[in-house]
Design a protein around this ligand. Sequence first.
Ligand code: ADP
Ligand code: MG
Length: 353
Amino acid sequence: MTATGLSQVTIRLTAIALAAFICLSCAREPPEIRYRFTAMGTLVEVTIYDFPTAAAEKAARDVETLFLKLQDAWDPWADGALAKLNSALAAGDEARPDEDLADLLSRASQISAATGGAFDPAVGQLVKLWGFHDAEALPDAPPPATRIQQVLDAGKPLPQIWDGERGILAGASGTAIDLGAFAKGEAVDRAIMLLRSAGVRDAIVNAGGDLRAIGRHGARPWKIGIREPRKTGILASIEVSGDESVFTSGDYERYFEYKGTRYHHILDPRTGYPTREIVSVTIIGSSAAESDAACTALMVAGLGHWPAVARALGIREVMVVDQDGIIQMSPQMRDRVTMLREEAPAVEIRDIS
Ligand code: ADP
Ligand code: MG
């Protein structure tokens, strides 16, 4: 055998050895797929771990179909089920939602009552007046104070107009329903249900940083990053295993500045203006829908009242960032969270129970 022949054999043997090595490590590392799409005005990412790839990809595509269907049904102003309901309300008619929407409205109405109206999907006209209903564009100035007052005077809170017994919304031509603070969470819950019925055990459905995680990532729990509200980077991380939702609401998601003031998309239904004191709220909860609504409610509740509203909703793990970057959290959250800021942040522990 020539020297060249020998080196060719060596190369071939090395290639076989390498292939064997790669295959062995393939066999040891279960597959993970990540599938991304845009729905409900946000980037949704489905991560499925340790499940046959083709079946995982099919399940993720089914989640996309589900999100797009719910996006149409629950858009307040397009032409789906909720938009039809809002048209009926505007015409002064009694509106009878389908079973699906009726269930959502019942749960939303209960949460609204429990939060003293801080969370109230009956803010539809207010959201529209501000211009935050349009996912494609942001307003450039706040509406006149007189218009805000008119909309507040004409509208009614959801628990006052939702008759769960008869399943109708009534007596509210000045009111429109906007499920923007609830629907994304509900869609995440339904996506998890879909994945489970396809046989998936370990997965995350993440809608723009709001997520529900089930199972684990193999030997380790899922690790969730919480972003800094006022700069780039990660503020903290939380480990999740089993079945939990991690949701954040913040004044940095959709906002504009006008004459030096920030105006954002979470409105205080009592004043008609964007909330002020809290920059972001992160909670750990069980259902994604309830966690979604809870975050919005705590933003509205503000620094003085968030512990009382969390208590009313049975939420124990809460982290709040205020305008000065100071962090408030419950003792239960302190036990779950790893702070990742370089300089140690000022943290105030506040009891909920
Ligand atoms: P994001 O969807 O950006 O995570 P939220 O879950 O807090 O934020 O939802 C904000 C959306 O909810 C707004 O765009 C609006 O449609 C609606 N909304 C605003 N204020 C309230 C409120 N006080 N109660 C219920 N829904 C609200
Ligand atoms: Mg919300």
